[in-house]
Design a protein around this ligand. Sequence first.
Ligand code: ZN
Length: 75
Amino acid sequence: MTSPEPGSARQPVRMCVRCSAITSAPVVVSEVHQNSGPGFNVYACPECAQHYPPVPDVLHLLTPGWRERSEEDEG
Ligand SMILES: [Zn+2]
């Protein structure tokens, strides 16, 4: 389902992962690859992108323990 956005032309705007600002010139600062299915890119605004390394290690993003451990495994 597509929702009509204000404005005739759609710009490839992305939200900065660092300052959460919407930028019209997103810069890919990281690529997240999933085990199954296509991955996604992490974007940042040009100002924040310069604080990021060219391409950080993907393994760093896939560190175990990202799940919310709210429930204890009780056997
Ligand atoms: Zn930013």
